[in-house]
Ligand binder design. Structure first.
Ligand code: TTP
Ligand code: MG
Length: 374
């Protein structure tokens, strides 16, 4: 099972054809399309820097200055003083996203939408373009542009995680294919942090053992790997050879629902309880709307999260006595928040309240609008 030669053969024998599509600087591109004055300037969609907003995204001109998604707007302006930051128009992005989805559906029904601008498509059984995933990806990019006047990047590969790496390879406005017979060679240079499930912390730990790229794992000593990582070694080993058999998931269900608020200035712990009333009401309203749309959904757990002034996120959750169609009581959230505050006793920049959900019946077919609202 851990023999490199047989894994190489297994990786090279993968026969599925998966395409990953990801729109380029999506929100910013929609704005540049609709407002020509934004086309040649550094542009970001995001919150007001004076209100401690963060960026949703920015165009590629702004990226040259180091500006990135999720960056505080104030910081982005320090990097790029000419950056134009505009509020978003969610309805325009959803409209474009639905058009992209319509295009994808002409290629296959096996679509897994990942976010508003990203999806996997399994075209293994498609006879279009002589069954060539590369030619289908090329056609998808053209059709997406014809339908939306927006560019996307595409990756074609024999599994999902390779297709995702491939779509980033020539981004923006690019296409890249990883053919099955090249996967293990292709993976050699890929840093381990690009593998699914490997975050910064794990990547740092692996690096401290001298393991930085997939090639380092490909040639690592198997017994040491198993001793250190146990069962996980197997998965790591497969991924670093480019093997993965995760299927396209065409069903989707929301797993949690919450509302959070970032404060203009950090709150001292004593002030926090006074702010949860509004957050709670908004959360109840959203939960109510969701439960009307998804009658089999139930609240299973209540959670509270706080982001402290050092940007660390802390969450506390509690299982509810009964699976319920009504939200937990505000008093329960108040107690949980009190516990969190007592534990950290430090200024707070964000409070969130929410519920983890479960479903009484099996998953329902994905409605694309549900994925958009995630
Ligand atoms: P991404 O595909 O991650 O980013 P992008 O499309 O803007 O840029 P790229 O060319 O690198 O793909 O996200 C898609 C959209 O989702 C993005 O346009 C805005 C939104 N978004 C947020 O609102 N907050 C975030 O932190 C991120 C990463 C994205
Ligand atoms: Mg994108």
């Amino acid at each position: 099972m851990f023999d490199p030669e047989s894994l190489k053969i297994k990786a090279r024998s993968q026969s599925r054809k998966i395409i990953h599509i990801d729109m380029d600087s999506f929100f910013a591109s929609v704005e540049m399309r609709d407002f020509p004055e934004y086309r040649n300037i550094p542009l970001a969609v995001g919150g007001d820097p004076g209100r401690r907003g963060v960026l949703s995204t920015c165009n590629y001109i702004a990226r040259k200055f180091g500006v990135r998604s999720a960056m505080p707007s104030a910081h982005a302006l320090r990097l790029c003083p000419d950056l134009k930051i505009i509020p978003g128009r969610m309805s325009a992005y959803k409209e474009a996203s639905l058009k992209v989805h319509d295009v994808l559906q002409t290629f296959s029904e096996n679509i897994e939408p990942m976010s508003i601008d990203e999806a996997y498509i399994d075209v293994t059984d498609s006879q279009l373009h002589f069954g060539s995933a590369t030619l289908m990806a090329k056609q998808i990019r053209k059709d997406v542009f014809d339908a939306t006047a927006l560019t996307c990047s595409a990756g074609a590969a024999p599994n999902k995680f390779l297709a995702k790496i491939a779509s980033e390879w020539n981004k923006p406005n690019g296409l890249f294919t990883i053919p099955p017979h090249e996967v293990d060679l292709f993976m050699r240079e890929i840093p381990l942090r690009k593998l699914p499930g490997i975050g910064i912390k794990t990547a740092n730990t692996l690096e401290s053992y001298g393991l930085k790229t997939c090639h380092d794992i490909q040639k690592a000593d198997l017994f040491t790997m198993i001793r250190r990582y146990g069962k996980w070694a197997h998965r790591l080993y497969e991924l670093s050879f480019g093997y993965d058999d995760n299927p396209i998931e065409t069903t989707w269900q929301r797993k949690s629902l919450g509302v959070e608020e970032t404060f203009l200035t950090d709150l001292v712990p004593d002030e926090c309880q006074g702010h949860i009333g509004d957050i709670y009401e908004e959360m109840c309203a959203r939960l109510d709307r969701y439960l009307k749309r998804e009658p089999t959904a139930r609240a299973l757990k209540a959670f509270v999260k706080i982001k402290t002034h050092d940007f660390k996120l802390h969450t506390f959750e509690r299982i509810l006595d009964t699976r319920s169609k009504t939200p937990p009581k505000v008093e329960d959230y108040s107690i949980m928040l009190g516990d969190l505050l007592a534990r950290y006793q430090t200024p707070v920049r964000l409070i969130g309240l929410g519920v983890r959900l479960c479903y009484e019946e099996g998953p329902e077919q994905l409605s694309f609008s549900m994925a958009l609202e995630a």
